[in-house]
Design a protein around this ligand. Structure first.
Ligand code: ATP
Ligand code: IP8
Length: 266
């Protein structure tokens, strides 16, 4: 049976655009219903990873802890950012539960240690065992603040978690839900005439990357550009789809194998 990783981008599930600490509960509910419908039609194991939006990026920026911890106030920032990510995760968990999904939170800060902003150790066994126990269980992880051997603590993005998991598990597809149709020749929010790119492979990757920028929002993990670099550095041979999860029915469509968004095969 195939194992799929689904990313719910911070831009989809929170008000990342205006930097407000509010979850888009209607969107999360719709996505939960679409996951449920897809599972009725197809059998697959699913891991969900969600981004932070302002619940993480705003706090890390306000406390100025992007590059590690220093003073006592930074320690407070580290703890409060993690607390805030748990708040967002709880909103998602409650909605998934209300919709009848068996979401199971796996707290990244309790199983990941970084060294200079890179994952050094990640105990993925619990995720593996949850999926082995019953494939209706959906482990849910998220971008978080974790212990860092060089910097005391640092941010781990949902995207870094995904690439690590994908290398550990036999993942067939990574589906990255964001708030734009896929990858464009330029940021489509800045240039509405930017050209949509349907397929990225080794022949056009570098050219595409030149034109991709970070997010226009408060984002300490590098936005779309860092997402592509992360994927290229760590994953080859896995099909990745970047798609618009803010658009109705797209999560259902992509989970059931319909062709939408930008496909990356590198
Ligand atoms: P998070 O990382 O917080 O989970 P996310 O996964 O939803 O969020 P972002 O990091 O916010 O994704 O990146 C998505 C944003 O990237 C889009 O909203 C878009 O404005 C921006 N972007 C920049 N360059 C491009 C490009 N060439 N093609 C598509 N989007 C781009
Ligand atoms: O939104 C960032 O995760 P991302 C996590 O997946 C924090 O990049 C704490 C800012």
């Amino acid at each position: 049976m195939e194992t799929i990783i689904l990313k719910l981008g911070g831009s989809v599930i929170t008000h990342k655009d205006n930097n407000e600490l509010k979850a888009k509960t209607d969107v999360i509910r719709r996505i939960a219903k679409e996951i449920k419908a897809a599972r009725k039609d197809n059998e697959f194991s699913l891991i969900v990873v969600h981004g932070a939006g302002p619940f993480g990026h705003k706090l890390v920026t306000d406390y100025k802890i992007k590059d590690g911890l220093d003073s006592g106030k930074d320690i407070e920032g580290f703890v409060r950012t993690h607390n805030s990510m748990e708040d967002l995760n709880k909103i998602i968990m409650d909605i998934f539960r209300a919709e009848g999904l068996l979401g199971f939170p796996v707290q990244p800060s309790a199983c990941i240690i970084q060294n200079n902003k890179k994952i050094e150790r990640f105990n993925t066994e619990i995720v593996k065992e949850l999926l082995n126990l019953d494939n209706r269980i959906i482990p849910i992880l998220y971008g978080d603040m974790v212990i860092d051997k060089a910097l005391k603590a640092s941010v781990v993005s949902g995207d870094a978690i995904i690439t690590y998991l994908a290398r550990e598990f036999e993942v067939s597809r990574i589906l990255m839900g964001t708030d734009v149709k896929g990858i464009f020749s330029e940021d489509p929010k800045i240039n509405p005439h930017a050209e949509f790119i349907e397929k990225i492979d080794n022949s056009n990757f570098d050219k595409v990357l030149e034109k991709v920028t970070g997010a226009n929002t408060v984002d300490v993990t590098g936005g779309m550009k860092q997402k592509l670099i992360e994927l290229k550095e760590n994953l080859s041979g896995i099909k990745i789809v970047i798609f618009n999860a803010a658009e109705e029915n797209n999560v259902y469509r992509v989970l059931t194998g319909q062709n939408i968004g930008t496909t990356i095969e590198i």
